[in-house]
Write a protein that binds this ligand. Structure first.
Ligand SMILES: Cc1cc2nc3c(=O)[nH]c(=O)nc-3n(C[C@H](O)[C@H](O)[C@H](O)COP(=O)(O)O)c2cc1C
Length: 179
């Protein structure tokens, strides 16, 4: 583990639109402790984000947080996984070189035989084009709301959008990924 625990404060400040696109056969895997500090990264994860294993182990997973991601997505994720439910979602990630990569993520708690959460795991596949086309303007709107009115307002917007469309968050994103 490198001496310094990297976090989003160490992420690149100059961002580009250079996108590394996942192949159908790629699977990006990482695991964290209870607080979101990385405990495992597979080779594909290192290839996509551009950080070495030494840099990733012990780093906060927010190291690769992209500013185009709305805060509410991560709140939803943590609320679900901390209550032992699964999170699915389209996530835009920031690479070490300032570029980006999109994933369709599945995140879940790792639970021991006594029922205690001992960490979290995430597995990511190539996101569907239909999913990215649909989610990109929604994330943009959520970020605008977060900037002007805060995260409570973006949560309300998202909940209204879901009830207007008669769906739940997980239902929406899994159906988008399969479309
Ligand atoms: C297992 C696991 C995997 C995660 N993977 C990512 C990821 O790939 N990209 C990301 O931005 N956040 C990921 N997160 C969420 C981060 O922990 C964090 O909540 C998010 O980056 C927002 O950070 P911030 O609230 O400090 O801005 C993951 C969390 C867990 C538990």
């Amino acid at each position: 583990m490198s001496a310094k625990r990297l976090s989003k404060l160490d992420a690149p400040k100059v961002l580009t639109n250079d996108e590394k696109v996942m192949a159908e056969s790629d699977m990006i895997v990482s695991k964290t402790d209870l607080k979101g500090f990385i405990t495992y990264a597979n080779r594909t994860f290192m290839d996509f984000c551009g950080y070495s294993e030494d840099e990733l182990l012990g780093a906060n997973h927010n190291l690769i947080r992209h500013p185009d991601m709305p805060k509410i997505a991560f709140k939803l994720c943590w609320d679900l996984i901390q209550s032992k439910r699964e999170f699915f979602g389209f996530v835009k990630n920031l690479r070490k070189d300032g570029g980006l990569y999109w994933v369709f993520a599945y995140i879940t708690a790792d639970i021991d035989t006594s029922g205690n959460i001992i960490g979290y795991s995430s597995f990511r596949r190539k996101p569907s084009k239909a999913g990215l086309d649909a989610i990109t303007p929604i994330y943009k709107k959520l970020i605008e709301i977060e900037k002007s009115e805060g995260m409570l307002a973006s949560e309300e917007f998202l909940n209204k959008f879901l009830s207007d469309n008669n769906t739940s968050y997980n239902e929406l994103v899994t159906s988008l990924q399969l479309s």
